[in-house]
Design a binder for this molecule. Structure first.
Ligand code: BES
Ligand code: MN
Ligand code: ZN
Length: 485
């Protein structure tokens, strides 16, 4: 989709479809001499949130169609605005229009400016239009809509234009993350993720490298290797560097993604019902890649290092056994009591690797625990951090972008449950709170860092027959990075 900004008044606009509130549409209809057509078409229209009405004026008018969006009067709450935008997007997707003029951000939203409204609007539109069907040979109808102009006036123009630029970048990153997530696990393996990541190296100020298993073994990444060793498909640590900051030596933000391209559980094998969902166990990787691409496309002035810990968790004759003890690259030893708690194993070596960049912040993103779904369902990402400012920045970015998180504890009382009889720590906790104890495990490798962990097991791919990768938390991360700039 091509998004643009326009400041032409509705009296001069030409479009296949104007999307606006009732009074704006009525005025625009009057301006093209169609006041009575408008009146007749809207006699039964309820000007309420969630309602929309399509009016066709035929090909003679400058504005061929109007999508009247209900409830756009006075000052709206954020959630009412998002609802209206979603309803408008859904209705627009059903119209056979090639171009559209989106004017609903002219409406007031409490505490939010045109930048926010534009981001929220095109986010809603993008959500409605997304689909993933490279493997369908039939039943696919591509959307007719090609270009959406966002309406602005003289005052909001700079703000709207910046949001269009940022939104275009953020949504391309989001869609890429969703595409990577939705790929089948026979295609999307660690090598595939590397190949995809390498596409970024064509862009300015970007380089992509990787560590193969030999290198990781040399670096002493015994925890990563304990996961990867059971698979015939070799694991990779992928490193994307983006140098966008004004000062070249500015400390980078490091993003780390869990990239388990399929999680069988290993020897602690999972039940077969819904096991296919574990193809989405690389959504942490997909979303940090997506957020990175968004930051690059938007030319955010930040230094960013993105590390993808990519491996497949399989049972085999060479797989790790429950009870095995491994040494991590930090020097700490781990007793692997459950091979299905593999995400924390690949991540702890990635976190240790991140320390070499002397980062100002490290944020890992992982579909880490089913317990995160128990705690928060599909609505909030579980946010853990050993730094209050970092936690608050991420929570605030989540609120802003509508990609929300909720703070969780990392108390010593929980840490105690990771005690191992024979090693420095065990890879599973006891006493419930599985998302918390998993985060506690990671925190032991981040003691000298400003670090946060996002457990996205609930938000990356909602359960159900129509499920698919959401791309969350690209929105939160993009906003966080924008605010760092
Ligand atoms: N990838 C899973 C967590 C998961 C489950 C994500 C469902 C999304 C949906 C993770 O590797 C895992 O298996 N975790 C175990 C940990 C347990 C063995 C301590 C879990 O949550 O059951
Ligand atoms: Mn697992
Ligand atoms: Zn997993």
């Amino acid at each position: 989709m091509k998004y643009s900004t326009t400041t032409s008044t509705l009296a001069e606009a030409r479009t296949d479809c104007l999307i606006a509130g009732f009074s704006q549409c009525r005025r625009a209809a009057g301006q093209q001499g169609a006041a009575s057509h408008f009146r007749n078409a809207t006699t039964d229209f309820e000007d309420k949130s969630g309602q929309t009405l399509l009016i066709n004026f035929g090909s003679s008018g400058r504005i061929r169609r109007m999508l009247v969006v209900g409830g756009l009067k006075g000052t709206l709450t954020e959630s009412d605005f998002r609802k209206a935008a979603a309803a408008a997007a859904k209705a627009l997707a059903a119209v056979k229009a090639k171009s559209a003029l989106w004017a609903i951000h002219d409406i007031g939203v409490k505490g939010r400016d045109p930048y926010w409204k534009t981001m929220a609007s095109i986010g809603a539109l993008n959500d409605t239009l997304y689909s993933f069907n490279p493997y369908k040979t039939s039943e696919v109808t591509p959307p007719t809509l090609k270009a959406v102009a966002l309406h602005a006036d003289g005052r909001s123009r700079a703000n709207v234009a910046r949001a269009v630029r940022h939104g275009q970048a953020a949504l391309a990153g989001l869609d890429w993350a969703r595409d990577l997530g939705n790929q089948p696990p026979n295609v999307c393996n660690p090598g595939f993720l590397l190949k995809e990541a390498r596409k970024l190296s064509r862009l300015q100020n970007v380089s992509v490298t990787s560590l193969d298993e030999k290198k990781m073994t040399e670096l002493g990444m015994g925890a990563f290797m304990a996961v990867s060793q059971g698979s015939d498909t070799p694991g990779r640590m992928i490193i994307i560097r983006y140098n966008g900051a004004r000062k070249a030596d500015e400390a980078p933000v490091v993003l780390i993604g869990k990239g388990i391209t399929f999680d069988t559980g290993g020897i602690s094998i999972k039940p077969s019902a819904n096991m296919h969902e574990m193809k989405w166990d690389m959504c942490g990787a997909a979303t940090v890649m997506g957020a990175t691409r968004a930051a690059i496309d938007a030319k955010l002035p930040v230094n960013l290092i993105t590390i993808v810990a990519a491996a497949e968790n399989m049972p085999s004759g060479g797989a790790t056994r429950p009870g095995d003890i491994v040494t991590t690259s930090s020097g700490k030893t781990v007793e692997i009591l459950n091979t299905d708690a593999e995400g924390r194993l690949v991540l702890c070596d990635a976190i240790t690797y991140a320390t070499r960049y002397k980062p100002k912040a490290v944020i890992d993103v992982a579909t880490l625990t089913g317990a995160a779904i128990v705690a928060l369902g599909n609505h909030a990402t579980a946010v853990y951090a050993n730094d209050e400012d970092l936690a608050n920045a991420l929570l605030e970015a989540g609120e802003y972008s509508g990609d929300r998180g909720w703070r969780m504890p990392l108390w010593d009382e929980y840490q105690a449950s990771l005690k191992s009889q024979f090693a420095d720590l065990a890879n599973i906790g006891t006493g419930g709170a599985g998302s918390v104890t998993a985060a506690c495990f990671l925190s032991r490798f981040a003691e000298d860092l400003s670090w946060a962990h996002l457990d996205i097991a609930g938000t990356a791919f909602p359960k159900g027959p129509q499920n698919g990768a959401t791309g969350r938390p690209v929105g939160m991360l993009f906003r966080y990075l924008t605010e760092q700039a």
